[in-house]
Design a protein around this ligand. Sequence first.
Ligand code: FES
Ligand code: FES
Length: 238
Amino acid sequence: MADHRDSRPELESSHENGSLSLSLAPEQHALDLEPLTSDQSRTHFTRRTFLSGIGATGLLAGTAPLAAAAPVLDPAAAETTDANSVNITLRINGREVTLRNLDPRATLLDTLRERLDLTGTKKGCDHGQCGACTVHVNGRRVNSCLSFAVMHEGDEITTIEGVGQPGKLHPMQAAFVQHDGYQCGYCTSGQIMSAVALLQEPIGSSDEDIRSAMAGNICRCGAYTNIVAAVRQVRTQA
Ligand code: FES
Ligand code: FES
């Protein structure tokens, strides 16, 4: 069996001015990793600046990926013929999108993320247990990881990208921002999709009713109190 201990990166350490610094051995620069400059290392990242970049795909996902991708999203796939594949047309965020050579076993979640680049919809458990993948199908919330894409021809599918945009947020998105209804942001698009659908559902008016109706959306960061506050505010205004 190969001994991987020899291939571990070797770090040289030094203690200067009471601080520990680590540096790669010369041969380990083969990866062309640029060392951080002192300015970069001092860059101040906060949770908000992070969410406004990478994490914002969940909260404020844009529509550009779909616009760029439609109608034939993967030219290579169009040339690949598989006897078991199917061609389907879906209606997503108000636009018709044709998908060629789709594996009929592809879930709606994987199709949105991997064929349409609509990555605002998140994959958490992939087993229908966390709600991160929540989208709307004909106005009702659905766990897209539990649904095959081929089942949805003719349906009206809405993802977080179709709910609101930076500069034109849905009131629920604005309320999540106002009430800090997220920490890492990974569950947030699913939370918002559920919360928006909930506005049309016959549930009671109490916070306990909101918690019960949102029980299918798990937040590992435990931002539940602020999520309920955001939903409560929008329901009150509606
Ligand atoms: S990813 Fe679909 S419910 Fe968790
Ligand atoms: S904000 Fe991190 S999982 Fe909900």
